[in-house]
Design a protein around this ligand. Sequence first.
Ligand code: SF4
Length: 501
Amino acid sequence: MADKDFPFLKFHRQLPREVPVPIRVLGYQEIHGDFANGDASDQAARCIDCGNPYCSWGCPLHNRIPDWLKLVREGRIIEAAELMYETNPLPEICGRICPQDRLCEGDCTLETGFDAVTIGAIERWTTDEALRRGWRPSVSATPTGKRVAVIGAGPAGLSVADRLARAGVACDVFDRYDEIGGLLTFGIPPFKLDKAVVRTRREVLEGMGVKFRLNTEVGRDIAFASLIDGYDAVFIGTGAYTAVDAGLPGQEQDGVYAALPFLVANAQRILGSAARTGEPNDRSRPLMAAAGRSEPSLAPAAPGLLPSVIGKRVVVLGGGDTAMDCVRTSIRMDAESVTCIYRRDEPNMPGSRREVKYSRDEGVQFLFNRQPLEIVGGPDGAQSVRVAQTRLVADTQGRARPEIVAGSEEEIPADVVILSFGFLASPPPWCAEFGIELHANGRIDNSGSGRLPMQTSNPKVFAGGDTVRGADLVVRAAFDGREAAKSILRLLALAEVRAPA
Ligand code: SF4
């Protein structure tokens, strides 16, 4: 068997260089640098073009992965980026934050025995490199004269705006925050997604003609009625920001925080610092540079603006990716110890295995099969979390259900407790007034029969992302945005055909 015929035997799976743990926990920079040989061609060459691209089916966007791996292998970076962008409005972002082990790479044919191709890292490297070389998506269509309002500048909103702008539709994107990205900016920590990446995406979109109307909450600063009247269609992508309330006794006391506000406050602190001073003050900066990482784009502010966890024992309740973001953030905020408590076992965690590994590497302790029962407090707030051990029993719906083991209670010391039990969709309060129906669980209904994909019960209004799905992956929000744009284009084309008659 010659290696030239099977490069996966010659080139082992290798992710870009990982910044050593003692350095990376000092700051918020992304933990991966460049590929060892400076580009992704060797790793792309590992693809055997198996003829059954399960990887493409594993990708929610059905990216044409083997085709662009071939282009990367041949050094045709701009063409590869074009092809990535053809199906993915946010390739440099998905390449960083998708849980690839559960998606494309989990379905790679090489995964059984030879380790999957590093699909996500190649997607990230290729798009970064193409943008660095000056590549920008082509906006081929001439202006159509049509206008669409997008509510929410998160991944779904950015994706729909991208596809529409490309087709010559003018897009105004409204968002209540002062920066685009939604959770990409304020929820996902910079060590997973450098905020410079989101800023570059903003420049790309603005270069395509997309207008961002930030610090503008629809329903408060501008009436939804004016959007319905003033635009040809409206897209709603307002995300899922409502924390699931587990009703845990003691959760209202000092020292207990919901995961998302904790992450958002830290992101705002970091962004505020960078914007205010323009002077990154991260302790890891010289060390990161020595380790081959580029200049940090953001830096943490002086401590004190957030609930401080310095020297404290932090316990995070929950096992999803947001919980992993909280534990890794707490490590970087100089907690004395950080423990993640989850009620099922490790194989049944909902989050990415990769994130669990990184958390463990960085010093997080995991307590599996523990059901939180109460947050026990003292005069200064939280003191411990009372938990009981669980065993998993088969569930009629297929997922193992945790059952409490009698007499197994214990107390886990905690000065700070962060609750990460999931998030619910945040539909705008004015939906009913404009005939936009919701499901009983509060999510916007965008799937009625006889409708276009992503179209709500108000034919002029489309919706996608977490406000329709509940808290879900960024790549699925990108899919929704892409598909909603197709439907809006169909709607507008119909209108154009009918109008002259
Ligand atoms: Fe994999 Fe995500 Fe890229 Fe799809 S978008 S190929 S799932 S990293």
